[in-house]
Design a protein. Structure first.
Length: 235
């Protein structure tokens, strides 16, 4: 079971108490994790039936870091990459998350929360760094090649003032029942409200997307209001 301090940390990162109550996990002592993983206060929790590919467990032991908390509540056998980039990273993947070919990166003092259920059909990239946070509520449908990132990974600045122009340690919140269409990009400080649809190749950057609307374009803009989307495909 989760320790009280780890439970509190997950809730602080944005995991709803009701979601935590549905994911029963145990602390993993997988022999593929190096001894330093445990010595430096890192923790990997797995739910019954939850899995990570062998190469991911091996890569977790390549670079030493402190105080990482990773909780996996789904079978992620088809995940392509999970990398931790510094001390104090927090990752929570809830039940019924499908991330076929997906890539996760969590930097130091950053967090990724996918409450689940979530279906990302192919090669979703989810990247939090520089103290940034990504919190995704339940009931998500993400098409192929979705990109969700707090930062641009490199600094862009004004030549005259030296001020940074692009996001650094941004916070992304995605509400319940959101559909991200193919090649959608979500980056910078973003809030996507419940029931929204982000259209094909749309770029949501530093924006708030209203509930129950469709946004499209780059930058994204509202093209339809008062919509409801469903998983079935019928006339």
């Amino acid at each position: 079971m989760l320790s009280p301090s780890d439970r509190a940390r997950l809730q602080e990162a944005g995991v709803d108490a009701d979601v935590l109550g549905t994911v029963l996990v145990h602390l993993s002592h997988d022999p593929r994790l190096p001894q330093w993983w445990h010595d430096l206060g890192n923790a990997l929790y797995l739910a019954e039936g939850a899995k990570l590919p062998d190469q991911i467990l091996e890569h977790l032991g390549l670079i030493a870091f402190h105080d990482a908390l990773v909780v996996i509540g789904s079978d992620l056998s088809t995940l392509s990459s999970l990398l931790i980039g510094g001390d104090g990273a927090t990752i929570f993947i809830g039940a019924r998350c499908e991330l076929t070919g997906g890539e996760l990166y969590c930097g130091g003092a950053s967090s990724i929360v996918l409450a689940g259920p979530l279906v990302a059909t192919r090669k979703a990239v989810i990247d939090a760094r520089n103290g940034g946070t990504i919190v995704v509520a339940p009931d998500q449908l993400w098409a192929a090649d979705v990109y969700v990132a707090t930062d641009d990974m490199h600094r862009l600045e004004d030549r005259r003032t030296g001020a940074r122009l692009n996001p650094f340690g941004a916070h992304i919140r995605v509400g319940r029942h959101v559909w991200l269409c193919k090649d959608a990009v979500v980056t910078g400080h973003v809030e996507i409200a419940e029931g929204a649809v982000v259209g094909l190749r749309a770029v949501v950057r530093g924006q708030k997307v209203p509930a129950h609307c469709v946004v499209a374009g780059a930058p994204a803009r509202v093209v339809r209001e008062d919509v409801h989307w469903t998983y079935d495909d019928r006339p």
